[in-house]
Design a protein around this ligand. Structure first.
Ligand SMILES: [Zn+2]
Length: 318
């Protein structure tokens, strides 16, 4: 990216500013309202032109990228920043969030379920039956690399859905108890859900992304569906970053009873000029309980989200 574009962008965001004598930093007023350099004070907020590292010489606010600064003070410029000047490598969510050093590791003992379809083991048979009852086919077992864990302090008697990043490395997994009466139904691995995109290697961000609640919903939706797994989408999530970076249209297909969460995410994405549609569930409560071909039938009647329409619906429901 040309230095010129960076300078132009900084002037757009920070308004008046100047360059230091060696033309390494752009110096502006500090965006922090509590800082003496904010309104009338001297220019104290330095932004390195090559790396976008920032540092206020007065209040000490310091960041390793413009991301946290724009997020906090200039959200209207965040999209352009993501699109033009940042990439995943140097993209830091927030300075107080240290990069994850934890590694995701599968439970101790598991089997690759598709290779045990004809097993006589009663537990394995129950696991297969459970998945079939939820509408999954053997093809799905292969496609989603479904595992079964027989013996583990945490994940025993669970089917496991592993997730892989864009390079094909394990980045997450979630387990589901096969016993319907079990108190705990799902168990997620110990890793922040907002820092991963579930099965990212299967996702084409140049096409419409379907956002679902759970992993069964995503499987029912078929292509290009991402489960949130109880998490949400915020400016701090990797999924948000990738959607904005790719300008992907989004179809919201969270559970029927999650309207509030749906609206919140739709509003956020709409603010960043992402095209958002909302699925109308009609007689079903979630994607998971729909027959597989039903989603294909109703997805085209999803309604476009807009702030005006959103407001109108609120008024009508009063
Ligand atoms: Zn400052």
């Amino acid at each position: 990216m040309l230095q010129n574009d960076r300078e132009k962008f900084l002037k757009q965001v920070f308004g008046a500013g100047s360059f230091d004598s060696r033309h390494i930093n752009f110096i502006a007023r500090c965006p922090n309202p509590k800082c003496g350099s904010h309104l009338k004070g001297k220019l104290k907020f330095a932004i390195k032109l090559d790396s976008f590292f920032t540092n206020c010489w007065l209040c000490g606010e310091k960041h390793k990228s413009l991301y946290p600064v724009l997020k906090k003070y200039f959200p209207q410029h965040l999209k352009e920043y993501i699109e033009k000047f940042s990439d995943r490598k140097d993209y830091i969510f927030d300075d107080d969030e240290k990069p994850e050093e934890k590694k995701v590791e599968l439970p101790q003992k598991y089997i690759f379920l598709p290779e045990h379809i004809n097993s006589k083991d009663p537990d394995i048979r129950r696991a297969i039956l459970y998945l079939k009852n939820r509408g999954l086919t053997i093809k799905d077992f292969w496609r989603y690399n479904i595992l079964y864990c027989d013996n583990d302090p945490i994940f025993s008697k669970m089917v496991i859905f592993p997730s892989f990043d864009a390079e094909g490395n394990l980045n997450y997994f979630v387990g589901r108890k096969i016993d319907k009466n079990s108190y705990i139904k799902y168990k997620k691995c110990d890793y922040p859900t907002n820092k991963i995109i579930f099965n990212e290697y299967m996702i084409d961000f140049s096409k419409e992304i379907i956002i679902t609640e759970g992993v069964f919903d995503a499987i029912k939706a078929g292509e290009n569906a991402i489960p949130l797994l109880g998490s949400s989408i915020s400016v701090n999530s990797l999924l948000f970053y990738q959607i904005v970076k790719s300008n992907s249209p989004v179809l919201m297909a969270l559970d029927k009873d999650a309207q509030e969460k749906t609206q919140k995410i739709a509003k956020l994405l709409d603010y960043y000029n992402i095209k958002v549609k909302i699925l109308e569930f009609e007689d079903y409560n979630d994607l998971g309980e729909m027959p597989k071909n039903h989603f294909a039938k109703i997805r085209h009647s999803a309604r476009k989200f807009s702030q005006e329409e959103n407001l109108l619906r609120k008024i009508q429901s009063l």
